[in-house]
Unconditional design. Structure first.
Length: 92
């Protein structure tokens, strides 16, 4: 069963992570272009931070589902998710 979880991880999460890193392959101008139609290096880092926020929240939800981790009343704690969101806000 654990192998199935890693296969699902590779199918669903890995493509999103790889896609974000491929954005660093392309050359960009150092400064933002005056017409504003092109992305600049700061955008790539911000996109990476916010993508990892989404991926980490998906990972938390996935882990909760696999481990069936809930509180006594059947709900889930929001603290891990709140920590992920707060961390990305500070990082950006």
């Amino acid at each position: 069963e654990l192998t199935n979880h890693w296969i699902l991880f590779a199918q669903w999460f890995l493509p999103h992570i790889i896609l974000q890193f491929t954005g660093f392959v392309f050359p960009l101008p150092i400064k933002r272009h005056p017409d504003g139609n092109r992305i600049w290096p700061q955008y790539r880092w911000e996109a990476l931070v916010f993508s990892f926020r989404c991926i980490s929240l998906l990972g938390l939800a996935w882990r909760r589902k696999i481990n069936k981790s809930t509180l006594e009343d059947g709900s889930c704690s929001i603290m891990p998710a709140a920590f992920c969101v707060g961390l990305t806000m500070v990082s950006a």
